[in-house]
Design a protein around this ligand. Structure first.
Ligand SMILES: Nc1ncnc2c1ncn2[C@@H]1O[C@H](COP(=O)(O)OP(=O)(O)OP(=O)(O)O)[C@@H](O)[C@H]1O
Ligand SMILES: [Mg+2]
Length: 399
C-alpha cells in the first residue's frame, strides 16, 4: 500500500433522495453490501431486532410512535425496513414522507398527496377511481410534466383551515382502506420551522381525527423532538410512544460485517472492526461508510489501509467542514475544536478544560457552548458533551 489515494471512485457524501418517488424498493442486489443510502433488504440490514419488535407491537396495538436518535444512527432505514417487511406480509399499507426539505404546510401537504398517489393512486390505466374522488375533494390542480409524463400536484392550500381540510380528505380516504394504513413522517421536527404557526396543532388534530390510521414520527433533532412530545403545553404532548435508537452494539455489528466480507472471500479481523467502530463512535452511517470503502479495496485489510481510508474520508469533506468556521465566532470555534479533541467532555465549564485549551473566561465558554448546543452542533448525553456529527468531530480533532 503506497498510495494515499486509495479511494477514488466512491462518492463519500451521502446523497439525499427525498425528491424521488416515495418508495424505491431496490430489486437488484447491491454490488457493495455496505449501503450508504436507505434500505435494501434484510440481508444488508444489521440487527435492530428489539426496536423492530417494539415498533410492531405499538402499531399492532394501535399506538402511534415517535422515533428519535442522534443523527445518522439509522432512523430512516429502520422505518423503511419495518414498513417494507410489514407490507410484504400484508400487515399494513404504508405511506412515507420526509419533511426535511419542506418549509410550509402547503409543501408538507403536497408531499403527502404525492405519497398517497404513489401508493394508492396509480393503476395501469391511470388513476384509481378512489384517488380521483380524493383529488376532486382536495381541489388539487393536477398537471402532467410534458417530457416525463409524471403528474404534478398544485395544492394552493396555504391557509391552516384549507390545509386542515385537505388533511381531512386524505384522512378519510386512508381510513376507508381495508388494511391499516401507517403514515411515517420523517424529519418531523421540521414543522416547528414552518412559516405558518400552528402546524403542530394541525397535525395533532389530523392524528386524533383518524384513530384508524397509525403514525410514526421521526426526527434527528433529539431535543426538539423530545420537547415537542414531552412538554405539557405542546400539542403533541404524550401523544405517542417514544422509541430511541442507540448505536448498533459492536458484538452484533462485528459478525454482520465479517459475514459480508466472507461472502466476497475477504477476511476482516474483529480487532479491525473494533477500531472502525471506535473511530466512528458507533454511528451507523460512519461505520457503513468505512466498511463500504474497505470492501472496495483489493488491499489486505489492516490498520494501514484503514488509516488511509479514514484520512480520505476526512479530506473529502474537509471543505464542507472548514466552512463551518465562517458560521461562528473564534471562541465558538475554539470551544468546538476543544470538545472534538477531547471526544467527550463532562464539564466544559471547568477551569481545567478551559486552561488546557486556552479558552478564556468561563462565561465566554458558557455562551459559546450555549450557541453550539442550541444549533445541535454539540450535543450532550448522560456522560457529557460531544460533537454531534461524528466525522466532523474526527476532522476537528486533527486540527
Ligand atoms: N441497521 C442497519 N444496518 C446496516 N446499515 C444501516 C442500518 N441502519 C442504517 N444503516 C445505514 O446507515 C446510514 C444512515 O442511516 P439513516 O439514513 O437511516 O440514518 P438517519 O438516522 O435517518 O440519518 P439522518 O439523521 O441523516 O436522517 C444509511 O446508509 C443506512 O443505509
Ligand atoms: Mg433520516
Amino acid at each position: 500500500m503506497h498510495s494515499e489515494h486509495l479511494v477514488t471512485k466512491t462518492s463519500l457524501r451521502r446523497p439525499r433522495n427525498q425528491n424521488k418517488k416515495t418508495y424505491l424498493w431496490a430489486v437488484k442486489a447491491p454490488k457493495n453490501p455496505f449501503l450508504l443510502l436507505g434500505y435494501h433488504s434484510k440481508e444488508y440490514f444489521c440487527d435492530r431486532e428489539s426496536e423492530l419488535e417494539k415498533l410492531a407491537e405499538h402499531i399492532d396495538n394501535e399506538r402511534n410512535v415517535m422515533l428519535y436518535a442522534w443523527r445518522r444512527m439509522g432512523k430512516s432505514a429502520l422505518i423503511k425496513q419495518f414498513l417494507q417487511e410489514a407490507e410484504k406480509e400484508k400487515k399494513l399499507e404504508a405511506i412515507y414522507v420526509d419533511l426535511v426539505a419542506t418549509n410550509s404546510i402547503e409543501q408538507a401537504n403536497e408531499l403527502l398527496i404525492k405519497a398517497v398517489y404513489e401508493r394508492f393512486g396509480k393503476t395501469s390505466t391511470g388513476f384509481s377511481s378512489a384517488f380521483q374522488k380524493l383529488i376532486g375533494s382536495l381541489g388539487v390542480i393536477l398537471t402532467f410534466d410534458p417530457t416525463t409524463g409524471f403528474p404534478a400536484f398544485e395544492i394552493g392550500a396555504s391557509s391552516i383551515a384549507k390545509s386542515q381540510e385537505s388533511l381531512n380528505s386524505i384522512g378519510k380516504f386512508l381510513q376507508n382502506r381495508k388494511t391499516t394504513v401507517v403514515i411515517a413522517i420523517d424529519e418531523f421536527q421540521q414543522i416547528t420551522k414552518f412559516k405558518e404557526p400552528g402546524a403542530e396543532g394541525m397535525f395533532r388534530t389530523f392524528m386524533q381525527s383518524y384513530p384508524g390510521i397509525r403514525f410514526i414520527f421521526s426526527g434527528s433533532h433529539r431535543q426538539m423532538m423530545t420537547s415537542m412530545f414531552l412538554e405539557k403545553n405542546r400539542p403533541f404532548y404524550r401523544s405517542c410512544q417514544l422509541i430511541s435508537l442507540d448505536a448498533i452494539p459492536l458484538e452484533l455489528y462485528t459478525p454482520f460485517i465479517q459475514n459480508h466480507f466472507q461472502a466476497a472471500e475477504k477476511t476482516i479481523s474483529a480487532e479491525l472492526i473494533a477500531e472502525i467502530y471506535s473511530w466512528c463512535k458507533g454511528q451507523t452511517y460512519a461505520v457503513q461508510l468505512v466498511c463500504n470503502l474497505l470492501f472496495g479495496t483489493n488491499e489486505p485489510l489492516n490498520t494501514e489501509v484503514l488509516r488511509i481510508i479514514k484520512s480520505e474520508i476526512l479530506q473529502q469533506d474537509a471543505p464542507l467542514f472548514a466552512a463551518y468556521a465562517n458560521l461562528m465566532s473564534q471562541t465558538q470555534w475554539n470551544v468546538l475544536k476543544a470538545i472534538a479533541k477531547e471526544g467527550l467532555v463532562t464539564n466544559p465549564m471547568s477551569r481545567e478544560f478551559g486552561s488546557k485549551h486556552k479558552l478564556g473566561a468561563a462565561s465566554t465558554v458558557n455562551s459559546a457552548l450555549k450557541m453550539l448546543v442550541e444549533k445541535e452542533i454539540v450535543v450532550a448525553n448522560d456522560e457529557g458533551y460531544f460533537v454531534h456529527e461524528t466525522l466532523f468531530g474526527n476532522w476537528l480533532a486533527t486540527l
